[in-house]
Design a protein around this ligand. Structure first.
Ligand code: GLN
Length: 275
């Protein structure tokens, strides 16, 4: 089977061309930016083992498994994270939250930062990468997710303190900033079947999708230093509700930030300084 034949087969199984090219490079052990190689070698025969690997990957992709899980990797904020079905796949939308975190912390030396529901570690690791002086802690309720996050931290050489726990239960100390991309999809949302390969625990949060956000907002102030910030990612239609929850809980300077698609995707506020 040649490169061209392999890609043609994948197309007939319904894979889009870019996915097929990336999976073929994966099967060949080549880098994702090597698509030009596929074109230059279109009539080369594939080694049998690479051909078999490619066909298996294509079958899984055709059955709906996300490309990031098949490749075992996802880029986030310039970092390459290892991901598998134990963790949510980091989305470009969440880079908006990291941008906001970095802007808020710009003038704070050695900031203390907490990432709640860290999953693959994406947010915590991006912050530590951009702000090596920060003391970054991260919590997740899933021991399996924490294994993925800790191995990402080790491979990237980023020092983040991980611990198991549900939101702020068991968190000690006080932070300049708490960030979170919690589950925020409503039970029964019609969008959920398209996310069936990712952990439901990382996606779904009660009848209106706001159960976990309500819990975080209710408890975050007790763990923030005076003047500290809580920044949350949420669903495309939840900005108004999340801002109202923050204001009711006593946060000031409540506002939102737009994601890459121009949708208000993150909301946050500041705990009033004492005195
Ligand atoms: N952004 C994800 C999606 O809607 C959901 C992530 C989450 O629930 N935190 O595809």
């Amino acid at each position: 089977m040649t490169v061209t034949q392999a890609l043609g087969d994948a197309g007939r199984q319904g894979l889009d061309r870019l996915d097929a090219q990336l999976l073929l490079l994966e099967a060949l052990g080549r880098k994702p930016n090597d698509r030009a190689w596929l074109i230059a070698h279109d009539s080369d025969g594939l080694p049998a083992d690479a051909g078999d690997r490619f066909m298996r990957l294509c079958a899984r992709r055709a059955a709906g498994e996300p490309l990031a899980y098949l490749r075992g990797r996802q880029a986030f904020y310039g970092l390459e994270l290892q991901v598998d079905s134990r963790v949510l796949i980091p989305r470009p939308d969440t880079e908006t939250l990291v941008d906001w975190v970095l802007a808020v912390l710009k003038d704070t030396g050695t900031p203390r930062v907490l990432d709640l529901g860290t999953g693959s570690g994406a947010i915590a690791l991006a912050i530590k990468y951009e702000r090596p002086d920060a003391r970054v802690s991260a919590v997740d309720a899933s021991p399996a997710a924490l294994e993925v996050a800790a191995s990402n931290a080790q491979r990237l050489g980023l020092d983040v303190a991980f611990s198991a726990g549900s939101w702020l239960d068991g968190v000690s100390g006080h932070y300049d900033l708490i960030a979170s991309n919690p589950p925020y999809i409503a039970q029964g949302d019609t969008h959920l079947p398209t996310l069936s390969h990712e952990p439901a625990q990382a996606l779904v949060s009660g009848a209106d999708g706001l159960d976990d956000i309500r819990q975080i907002i209710a408890s975050a102030a007790s763990r923030l230093l005076p003047g500290g910030w809580l920044l949350l990612e949420h669903g495309w239609d939840q900005a108004g509700a999340v801002r109202a929850l923050l204001a009711t809980a006593g946060f000031s300077e409540v506002g939102s930030r737009n994601d890459v698609a121009g949708i208000a995707r993150c909301s946050g506020g500041k705990v009033p300084a004492l005195g």
